[in-house]
Design a protein around this ligand. Sequence first.
Ligand SMILES: [Mg+2]
Length: 435
Amino acid sequence: MKRSIAGAAATVSRRPRIADVRVTPIAFRDPPLLNVVGVHEPWALRSIIEVETDDGRIGLGESYGDLETLGNLARAQKQLVGLDPFDLNGLTAKVYEAVAGQPFAGQTFPPAGDKALASAIAAFEVAFLDLQGQIADRPLYEILGGAVRERVAYSAYLFYKFKQHKDDPGYPPDDWGEALTHAQMVDQTRRMVEEYGFGSIKLKAGVFEPDFEIDTLRAIAKAFPGYPLRIDPNGGWSVETTRRLMPKFEGLLEYLEDPVNSLDEAGEVAKFSTLPLATNMVTVAFGHIPKTVRLNAMQVILTDHHYWGGLRATQTLAHYGRTFGLGISMHSNSHLGISLAAMTHVGLTIPNLAYACDTHYPWQVEEVVEGGRANFRFEKGALAPPPGPGLGVRLDRAALATLHKQYVDCGIRKRDDAKEMRKYRPDWKSDRPRF
Ligand SMILES: [Mg+2]
């Protein structure tokens, strides 16, 4: 009898545990893209998260690369050793203790938001879920409940831009050229649409006088009739400027993204807006949702798993969208393929993802995953995740070493687009509203 019990136990496979967690800051080339704050620096920062199990699997994550994020990840990473990669509540508890200094007890989200904490949870959660997929031999979207579509639609993300960086970054200028006129922006749109097949178009705004930017939109609308358009001045306009501009948007835009810089101001705009308002700036945490709903300030939330708390939190946010009648779209910062794979997996699972998602990916040229950018083939502007279990991507160690060396050498430790802009215009100020 004893022998048969021992035999049964021996057939139960041992569950892998987290044996090591590594966080590597990286820097990759970024073009001189303009926005309300200033201009992108020559190097964009990210962090690459590796969570390794005691049976040799490595789950991947990608997050921000600023010192605050790196500090939070460093505080949490050693606490995760010994966890089961399926124990996401355990992960959450460890990060709460390490980053917020408090036990995780299902407490109410703070009205001021909890972006740093949620970002740290997200960075590791993606790697844990990648491991779950590898262990189950299933793609990540199946771990998340299954796909409701085969591909995730992304939009063309247009930027006014300089031809090249002010100081020589040690690499050749990007091949997109200058984009400061309506005609140049139409050319940029054409290349985006021809190379990627995008069916929606977003203009990063807040750079020039709003009437100039609206004329850019009109030129694009004329060249690409029927394409849904959006404009995002990153909170660069006042309530009164937005009121003056509103009639010009009718029939032109599918939604207006972050015209103003606070939730209270957005509530004012919503009273006279004739089209949906969208945000990735003023409603950026679960604690912001009650006030957003109370003011009816937003009609579309641009989710972003990097700061909403991960891929499952993104799905929860989509549920809130259904609860409160909010549209769901997706925000992006400059990112590489681990993030793009994660965005695409979760995008497959959200039934009410009603708009094409943002991505900066066309602006990047470097990669940190095996096989490089060929992992991501846009068809008619839409992407399927790379095949295989989990995220479907593996780390290219040589590329990681190169991008880490670029981080060490570039000297940038926190993104500062205003400081970069002062190289071009010494009197530049990034105060909002600009217009
Ligand atoms: Mg935005």
